[in-house]
Every structure is written in C-alpha cells, then in structure tokens.
Design a protein around this ligand. Structure first.
Ligand code: 2DT
Length: 213
C-alpha cells in the first residue's frame, strides 16, 4: 500500500517584544529534534538575504524608508523564502518560525500612516501556518524584563498599539499562552502543545493552506 509522504507542520510563534519568542523557538526546535521529529528554526525578518539586509538597516536606524515601502519589503522577505519553505515542509521537516505575517500587520498598522486592511494585502496567499502560538505578555511586564534596545519600534506606546493589532488579528485558531512565567515552565507548556499537535498528524496528509484566503 502506498503511503502519502508526511509533510512537516508550519508552526508560528508570535508576540510582542520581550515575550520570549526567540528563546522558546530555539528550545522547541532542540526538543523536537531530540525526540526524533525533524524541525528547523526560521525567523522573520530573515536578515541574511538582500531584502532582509535593507530591512535590518532600517530597524537599526541606518536608513530611512517610507512606511509603505518598508512594509512591502518585510512582506517580500517572506515571499522570497516561500519556495524553500514549501520544499522543506514537503520533505517532512517541521518549521518553527519566530514571527510571520502577523508581526507584519501588527507592527506596520501601529503606524498612523498605514491602514490595517492595506497591511494584510501583501501577505494574502502566503503559506498558512498550521499552528499559531501567541505568547501573551503585558507591555509593562515586557518592559520590566529588560530595557528595550535601540532598535526602531522598541518603545512602550508603540508596543501597546502592536498588542491591540495582534488582538484584532487573532481568531479561534490561535493558541494564546501566558508568557509571564519562567523560561522552563513556558517551554514545557509549548513543547507539550507542539508535540501533541505534530504527533496527532492531522497536517500530514493535508496540503499547506493559503493565508487570509
Ligand atoms: P526581531 O526583534 O524579532 O528580529 O524583529 N517586524 C517583523 C515588522 O515590523 N514587520 C514584519 O513583517 C516582521 C516579521 C518586529 C524585528 C522587528 O521587526 C518587526 C520587530
């Protein structure tokens, strides 16, 4: 009997700055690999491409760009990696992605110049995540974790608007996780959710969906 090849799952972690996404993504991928589940850690923006380099310079305040233009560059940075993303999933590797199109909308639409619905448009049709985990941490608690750095967007009023935009994007498919706990406790919770999800195998026979269609 022929078996349909098992694709990997597309898993996204989202949340405001300092919610612990990057640490948790790293620990998750290590844990999955240790348990014999092939997984890779990806992040957006992916600063190593030509487009990502411009985005990185913008974030580090090395250059100025029109708000619309930089929004589209963040989006293009996702689109340029779609072929590799689909190929990796097809080969059975699960992707854990640190930020995705939801960051794109939540951060851009926090700027007065950009409209929320306009911000969604450039990401319509991207591979749709199979699982979205939102690390929920209040802006005050986040700011207490450590000083925000010097990058653009790392200020409290802006982060408050970002959190409101995330709330507007959220639907029943999102898993909201309380991130105001210790690193290991949070890891155990995320690992259990992700492992159950991957092992349940619902996504394996399903094609990757298209976002916001
Ligand atoms: P990191 O600190 O995680 O590297 O993020 N951002 C991110 C956007 O404004 N639009 C996007 O599409 C994405 C993916 C969030 C760098 C900053 O870039 C913001 C924080």
């Amino acid at each position: 009997m022929s078996r349909i090849a098992r694709r990997g799952a597309l898993i996204v972690l989202e949340g405001c700055d300092r919610s612990g996404k990057t640490t948790q993504c790293r620990k998750l991928v290590d844990a999955l690999n240790t348990d014999g589940i092939p997984a890779q850690l990806w992040r957006f923006p992916e600063r190593d491409t030509a487009i990502g380099q411009v985005v990185s310079d913008y974030l580090e305040r090395k250059c100025e760009l029109d708000d619309h233009a930089v929004h589209l560059l963040f989006s293009a940075n996702r689109w340029e990696l779609v072929p590799k993303m689909l190929e990796t999933l097809k080969n059975g590797t699960t992707l854990v992605i640190d930020r995705y199109a939801f960051s794109g909308v939540a951060f851009s639409a926090a700027k007065e110049s950009l409209d929320f619905e306009w911000c969604k448009k450039s990401d319509v049709g991207l591979p749709r995540p199979d699982l979205i985990l939102y690390l929920n941490l209040g802006v005050e608690a986040a700011a207490q974790r450590s000083e925000y750095g010097g990058e653009r967007y790392e200020q409290k009023p802006f982060q408050k608007r970002v959190a409101e935009n995330y709330a507007a994007l959220m639907d029943d498919d999102w898993k909201v996780i309380d991130a105001a706990k210790g690193i290991n406790e949070l890891h155990d919770e995320l690992k259990s959710i992700v492992k159950n999800f991957v092992l349940k195998g619902d996504v394996h026979g399903e094609p990757v969906g298209k976002l916001w269609t």
